[in-house]
Write a protein that binds this ligand. Structure first.
Ligand code: 6PG
Length: 634
């Protein structure tokens, strides 16, 4: 948070000393001091003086008046205000969220009652102290200071707190560095830490700080305890380290220096079950864990990623405003970041994002291969075709980067032709497939994309097989690029449908209560799968969580199905593998068939394993067994 526009709210019930401390801080920090009591209308003051507690309605106008005060917003300042409820604090900080620092002054009832009795110059009768204690919702996101010490001690504690950083980041890899610069550029005071590994990782944090102007006021560490001590409480620590054991190890190292109320955010691609486990363990110790899906690669992390935080809702109350400040913004200016749900849901959502990402990439790879091998087109022609798609519903971030890649030359040759055709992966596509299988959700397009990567990795085997399985048809296929575009677009719809279906089923199974439309909204900007289609999904998913049963989608699918058929048919005719395109078509057929072939599967299961089957004409769903073996029925 930038000191130049810091708004310090001293909050708490009557008699905690808000005014005394506010005035002394004002003197030390040379900041104007405002007393919220001065903004009460006379009617409120009269009510309080006669011992009648204020209602939410009475307070509403008062809070809005403070929030609207231009003098407060102009520069940094200090405000004393009871701000007892979360909803009140929400009004007070509306529009200036990133500038606000809450300092919660707390004391026990007996002490405050005595102070109030001794106080002669105030309109607040003791009876109201009871009601204030009842109304009070202790803030999660405040620095808490106990008032059973001298004003000087309280003042000094607050001053030393204000010198500390708003947030700390651990791990200065590519993503950690970009996020650090993003956080610092939004005016937050930042501490960052990178471990010291002799001869491998030495002075990483200090050197990184020297590189960028926006980090001038940040604090660099390679010693964990001093790093943690440099953070304001409750501490907010963003882990940007490799998923897996490293996360557990760093949490272990951090724990001795943390205290209840502190928040750890895991910004890596952790497996959601690991996050569930860590969430439970840390929760027992009062530490809030958020599994934070971050998408957008290096550039997104720097300029604004899509952020999918899940886990501790109390933790989100503490860090939400920072995460929302650094996130990308949607078309309405709202942050592409919102609390997703409990436990490991944030990382699950990010995992499914990646599953959809795998298929989006594979579909483009299949289109590229058809245009290149099937139609024998040159790079510049392919580029022109894809560029024309950018003016249509098929436009997406991944289409854009594909066009850039196609045009890239090195030594007068297209660089793409030099790239080895073995696709790598870091595991999230695999996890998506496994999770979907465990939940019984058909994500066959996503799985096909994963398997396409796997088969690409067996390059030597493919080379050997290509010698014996020679394509007989060498003539270029005839297919209109518009047919390809329409077929491709339908396959994308099926891909998104499957990913969303998985989210929906997981939400039910794990009791996450995911808001699918809101997740699509988060994915409209900053992330890798942002696209024109995603803008539509955010609306469609408000109406129906089965994307393929959404009116507009049904119309589109019916209009484009012949295009997808033709595309798949021509690709197969030319021996071009199109596993995702063809699986989209197959899935659509399976999804929309009233009578499937599964009656035979059930009969076979019952035949060899007596697994029983149900009958179509039995409305009660009873289970039957038949001895199907003709030899036994002779
Ligand atoms: C993102 C990406 C990001 C990363 C994946 C890719 O949303 O920013 O998905 O998380 O690129 O790690 O994973 P693979 O290496 O498995 O393709």
């Amino acid at each position: 948070m930038n000191d130049q526009n810091l708004i310090i709210f001293l909050i708490g019930v009557s008699a905690v000393g808000k005014t005394t401390i506010g005035e002394s801080l004002s003197e030390t920090l040379k900041l104007p001091f405002f007393d919220a009591d001065d903004y009460h209308p006379r009617s409120n003051k009269q009510k309080m003086a006669s011992g009648i507690p204020l209602t939410d309605d009475d307070r509403q106008g008062w809070l809005l008046r403070i929030n609207a005060e231009e003098e407060i917003k102009k520069n940094a300042c200090i405000i004393a205000c009871s701000a007892l409820k979360k909803s009140y604090r929400k009004i007070l900080q509306r529009g200036v969220e990133s500038q606000v620092k809450w300092i919660f002054m707390e004391g026990d009832f007996k002490l405050l009652k005595k102070r109030l009795t001794d106080r002669k110059d105030h309109f607040m009768p003791i009876s109201l102290l009871y009601s204030q204690f009842e109304t009070l919702e202790k803030p999660e996101d405040a620095f808490r200071v106990s008032v059973d010490q001298s004003p000087q001690q309280i003042h000094d504690l607050i001053i030393s707190e204000l010198h500390k950083s708003d947030i700390g980041l651990v791990g200065l890899g590519v993503m950690g560095k970009s996020l650090s610069r993003n956080i610092a550029s939004k005016g937050f005071k930042l501490s960052f830490f990178n471990r010291h590994v002799p001869e491998k990782e030495e002075n990483v944090a200090v050197n990184f700080q020297k590189e960028f102007q926006e980090l001038a006021n940040a604090k660099a560490f390679d010693e964990l305890e001093t790093f943690v001590k440099s953070l304001q409480r409750p501490r907010k620590i963003f882990l940007m380290i490799n998923a897996g054991k490293a996360i557990d190890a760093v949490i272990e190292q951090l724990l001795p220096f943390l205290e209840p109320g502190d928040v750890i955010m895991d910004g890596g691609n952790s497996h959601f079950l690991d996050t569930e486990r860590r969430f439970k363990n840390l929760n027992e110790q009062g530490i809030h864990l958020l599994g934070v899906g971050v998408s957008g690669g290096e550039e997104g992390a720097l300029k604004g990623p899509a952020i999918m935080p899940g886990g501790s809702v109390e933790g989100y109350a503490v860090v939400g405003k920072i995460l929302e400040s650094i996130a990308a913004k949607d078309l309405t200016g709202k942050a592409c970041c919102a609390y997703v749900g409990k436990g490991g849901s944030g990382h699950f959502v990010k995992m499914v994002h990646n599953g959809i990402e795998y298929s989006e990439m594979q579909l483009l790879a299949e289109v590229y291969q058809i245009l290149k091998q099937g139609l024998n087109l040159q790079h510049d022609v392919i580029t022109d075709i894809l560029k024309s798609w950018q003016k249509t519903e098929a436009d997406s971030y991944l289409l854009g980067i594909t066009i850039d890649i196609l045009q890239r030359k090195e030594n007068n040759k297209y660089l793409l032709d030099e790239v080895l055709d073995k696709a790598g992966n870091k595991g999230t596509g695999n996890w998506t497939t496994v999770a979907a299988s465990q939940l019984g959700v058909p994500v066959s397009v996503l799985t096909s994309a994963l398997y396409a990567r796997y088969i690409s990795a067996f390059r030597e085997l493919r080379a050997e097989a290509s010698k014996v399985y020679i394509s007989k048809d060498n003539s270029p296929v005839e297919i209109d690029p518009e047919t390809i575009r329409a077929g491709y677009q339908l396959a994308r719809l099926v891909n998104h449908h499957q990913g969303i279906h998985l989210l929906n089923e997981a939400s039910k199974a794990y009791d996450w209560d995911l808001n699918l439309s809101e997740i699509a909204r988060i994915w409209t900007n900053g992330c890798i799968i942002r696209s024109k289609l995603m803008e539509k999904l955010k609306t469609y998913l408000k109406r129906n969580d089965q994307l393929l049963l959404q009116d507009e989608v049904i119309k589109l699918a019916n209009n484009s199905k012949d295009n997808l058929k033709e595309l798949v048919q021509k690709a197969i005719q030319k021996d071009v593998p199109v596993s995702c395109l063809s699986e989209s078509l197959n899935y659509l057929n399976a999804y929309s068939q009233k009578e499937s072939g599964a009656n035979l599967i059930q009969a076979q299961r019952d035949y060899f394993g007596a697994h029983l089957y149900q009958r179509k004409n039995d409305p009660f769903g009873n289970w039957y067994h038949t001895d199907w073996d003709p030899n036994n029925n002779l």
